[in-house]
Design a binder for this molecule. Structure first.
Ligand code: DX5
Ligand code: ZN
Length: 214
């Protein structure tokens, strides 16, 4: 299991401290949530903050763009040195083009689905994807309650990936903890994003290890 702590739940006043903690931990990627106040009802941080994070991070960056017109920022995300660029299906009119642009820049192309978007929407594009991320909460905020249907949705996505001979990894974002993480692992998840559960824990590094061994 790969674990991607969501920096959205870090202490923004002590960001360097929290990044150093993640550097020392066994986490795999740093998950960065960009919100524009249009695609989602919240605003988080943008490129200046991500550049500061990138300067200190010694783990690959997984950038989750909760913004309209994400295709405008492929080059900027690449220049950050990101490993993964995740765009929302719901934000892309020409999804195939965006995916090719991301891959042409040498990044892993990830497509994210909102809770109400069925996995069948990806039937045509799935062989082209490096990663599919399922939102298991409505995007916009950390610390929300896990949407139960996400476990079965993960199972159905796994089936589609196998049937279509795709190499796409399955990443799950929202409400991941020990209990939901276990069920998601059993359903076929490859990567778990976790914000509140990790950062509010007394021993964040131990919780990262727990999720890693699911
Ligand atoms: C939600 C973000 C998530 C969020 C996860 O819009 O995409 O990455 O930070 O946080 P938790 O794990 O607290 O639900
Ligand atoms: Zn996210």
């Amino acid at each position: 299991m790969l674990v991607a702590p969501s920096v959205l739940s870090a202490d923004f006043g002590n960001l360097q401290h929290d990044i150093e903690m993640l550097n020392k931990s066994n986490c795999d990627w740093l998950h960065l949530d960009v919100m524009d106040g249009v695609f989602v009802p919240n605003i988080s941080f943008g490129f200046p903050v991500m550049k500061a994070i990138a300067k200190h991070a010694r783990k690959p960056l997984d950038v989750h763009l909760m913004i309209v017109e994400p295709e405008k920022f492929v080059k900027e995300v690449k220049d950050l040195g990101a490993k993964v660029m995740n765009v929302h299906y719901e934000a892309c009119t020409h999804l195939h083009r965006v995916v090719q642009q991301i891959k042409n820049e040498g990044m892993m192309a990830g497509v994210t689905l909102n809770p109400s978007s069925p996995v069948s929407l990806l039937e045509e594009i799935i062989p082209d994807l490096d990663l599919v991320m399922l939102m298991s909460v409505n995007p916009g905020f950390g610390g929300q309650k896990f949407i139960e249907g996400s476990v079965d949705k993960t199972r159905r996505l796994k089936e589609m990936i196998l049937r279509r001979n795709s190499n796409a990894l399955i990443e799950i974002d929202g409400g991941v903890n020990r209990e939901t993480g276990k069920r998601l692992a059993d359903a076929g998840a490859d990567i778990l994003v976790s914000g509140n559960f990790i950062f509010k824990a007394e021993q964040p590094e131990a919780e990262i290890d727990y999720l890693k061994h699911l």
